[in-house]
Design a protein around this ligand. Structure first.
Ligand code: ZN
Length: 172
């Protein structure tokens, strides 16, 4: 049975931590990958990093397929960016941990990544288009970085303040 996790939202401090490397790709980790994918599709989202479900480990899942295309899940353990193109692409980004907020972010158009796959085998991939944006956004999560960090300080502070107030109100 897969499990849908609640997704953690800002300003939870786990989202600002540097995640620990995964030491072993075993059945327990594969179960976590499956649960993360199910959680991502349920949200729905195109990417999810383990810290977003409160697990501070270097594990990300994503799917860049359009709605009219078959699902194309990708799982990356301990992903590392090897190379970024100089060419940039602009994308209206959102984040499951910052619901209902979107903003245009410019990131390298092509990203070369090294990672371990579902079986723990080392892989390399060159991602472009939406997948280049997603992989950078998700790897940022592993380093405690959020897409709002690319916005002006004023904008970022406004967003964080809104969520902080909301949580305080919920707690009362
Ligand atoms: Zn995100």
């Amino acid at each position: 049975m897969t499990h849908i996790y609640p997704i953690i939202t800002i300003p939870d401090p786990v989202l600002r931590q540097t995640a620990e490397p995964v030491e072993r790709v075993d059945d327990a980790l594969r179960k976590l990958m499956d649960d993360m994918l199910v959680t991502m599709y349920d949200a729905p989202g195109v990417g999810l990093a383990a810290p977003q479900i409160g697990v501070s480990r270097r594990l990300i899942v994503m799917d860049g397929a359009r709605d009219d295309e078959p699902r194309a899940p990708i799982v990356m353990v301990n992903p590392e960016i090897l190379e970024r193109s100089e060419e940039l692409r602009l994308h209206e980004e959102g984040c499951l941990s910052i619901p209902e907020v979107t903003a245009e972010v410019e990131r390298p158009a092509i990203t070369r990544v090294a990672y371990l796959d579902r079986e723990g085998k080392p892989q390399e991939a060159e991602l472009e288009g939406i997948l280049s944006t997603i992989v950078q956004h998700e790897i940022d999560h592993l380093n405690g970085v959020l897409f709002i960090d690319y916005l002006s300080r004023l904008k970022r502070d406004m967003i964080v303040k809104k969520f902080t107030k909301q949580k305080r109100a919920e707690a009362m």
